[in-house]
Design a protein around this ligand. Structure first.
Ligand SMILES: Nc1nc2c(ncn2[C@@H]2O[C@H](COP(=O)(O)OP(=O)(O)OP(=O)(O)O)[C@@H](O)[C@H]2O)c(=O)[nH]1
Ligand SMILES: [Zn+2]
Length: 354
């Protein structure tokens, strides 16, 4: 069945999705299926949106096993093909334009959202403000070809709003946009309007209590997402949003609100991290030494140009990535090496004391 493009456009159907659809449809033996977008996932319960309405669906076991063997998971924003029998069955998934994923505590890849055009990185101008954490979110986006925009919320109630905004501006590469706003008011909708083109899919990311659901409600002009009061002592939220969900904005963009992430362990390769820190990589080309670590080497072109926090983020993410990319054997070897080093250091100390 050919999809009703007009209807699907309302939920972000674009050229990429159309191409992916043709590719899957032209596979020999493929039976006619219907197209929809995953709008919500709660454990193993999926909601599908076809541009006009939503319905619950189940994952066909064959697809579940195929995804497992590729270590993939479905995410809100994925385009899928489903069959309609007693209820909807998800039969296939269209290759995504991009996916934002993280590693869970067991080190497995977990997709957060898929097919995203713009990520609003929502950070409160209260105790939530943290530039090192921001670097993680930026890397998550840039390494996956998603445009980030920093949205500093609670501008109305932070006495240091202007100061923190200047800090963020100095920290961020120049091409990354930044806005400070009160997420509850109409002014927030106006400030974000130029960023929300019709047919675009926008995701809101940030810690719990940062104001993502508040902003979602403002943008869709309705109270759909529950918002929760933040604890006064540390500005932490209470994890009010429990699942990712897709909403339609009156101007034609669609918005995915996400629950606050406690930690984001990145799932990027080294090239992705370098892309996210292109400002450092470009400056590093001007350092006197090719292997400059930008610490205390003479003739370093990075120190002084790039904030030390950003440099620390860069080194930390590269270290994490190199640990993650090791095979179990390499990890064992590394551990054994450290054991020898620390044993010899202990022995040295002992002989010193003796
Ligand atoms: N004054 C002010 N309060 C805000 C603003 N944005 C959010 N809040 C308040 O902050 C609290 C938390 O906001 P939420 O929108 O629930 O935060 P969230 O990021 O969705 O949190 P989770 O759903 O837990 O991930 C609520 O009490 C909001 O009213 C803002 O710009 N100004
Ligand atoms: Zn250097």
């Amino acid at each position: 069945m050919y999809p009703s493009i007009e209807k699907l456009r309302a939920i972000g159907f674009d050229q990429h999705a159309l191409q992916a659809f043709h590719l899957i449809q032209s596979e020999p033996g493929s039976s006619p299926l219907q197209l929809a977008r995953i709008s919500n996932i709660q454990r193993d319960r999926f909601m599908l949106h076809d541009g006009a309405s939503e319905q619950p669906a189940q994952l066909r076991p064959a697809l579940y096993h195929a995804l497992q063997s590729r270590a993939e998971t479905l995410a809100v924003g994925d385009w899928v093909l489903f069959s309609q029998q007693d209820h909807a069955w998800i039969e296939n998934i269209l290759p995504a334009k991009n996916r934002l994923s993280r590693r869970n505590t067991e080190g497995q890849k977990q997709a957060l959202v898929a097919n995203i055009d713009l990520a609003l990185l929502v950070m409160g101008l209260d105790h939530d403000f943290n530039l090192r954490r921001l670097d993680r979110y930026l890397t998550l986006c840039i390494a996956n070809d998603v445009t980030p925009l920093l949205v500093l919320s609670k501008a109305d109630c932070s006495p240091q709003a202007a100061e923190k905004m200047a800090q963020a501006r100095a920290h961020l590469p120049a091409h990354i946009g930044l806005l400070a706003l009160d997420g509850r008011g109409d002014s927030a909708r106006e400030a974000l309007l130029p960023w929300l083109a019709a047919g675009q899919t926008v995701v809101l990311l940030g810690s719990s209590g940062a104001g993502k659901s508040t902003l979602t409600n403002t943008l869709i002009s309705a109270r759909v997402q529950d918002t929760g009061a933040v604890r006064m002592d540390d500005s932490r939220g209470r994890h009010t949003t429990t699942s990712r969900s897709l909403h339609l904005c009156p101007n034609g963009a669609c918005i995915i609100d996400t629950p606050g992430l406690r930690t984001i362990s990145l799932d990027s390769d080294e090239a992705g991290i370098h892309a996210a820190f292109a400002d450092i990589t470009a400056q590093a080309a001007l350092c006197r030494f090719r292997d400059c670590q930008h610490q205390d080497e003479p003739g370093c072109a990075v120190r002084g140009q790039i904030s030390s926090d950003r440099l620390k983020s860069f080194h930390k993410l590269l270290r994490e990535q190199s640990r993650e990319s090791q095979t179990p054997l390499q990890k064992q070897a590394q551990l054994a090496k450290w054991k020898i080093i620390s044993k010899s250091a202990r022995n040295k100390r002992k002989s010193h004391i003796d």
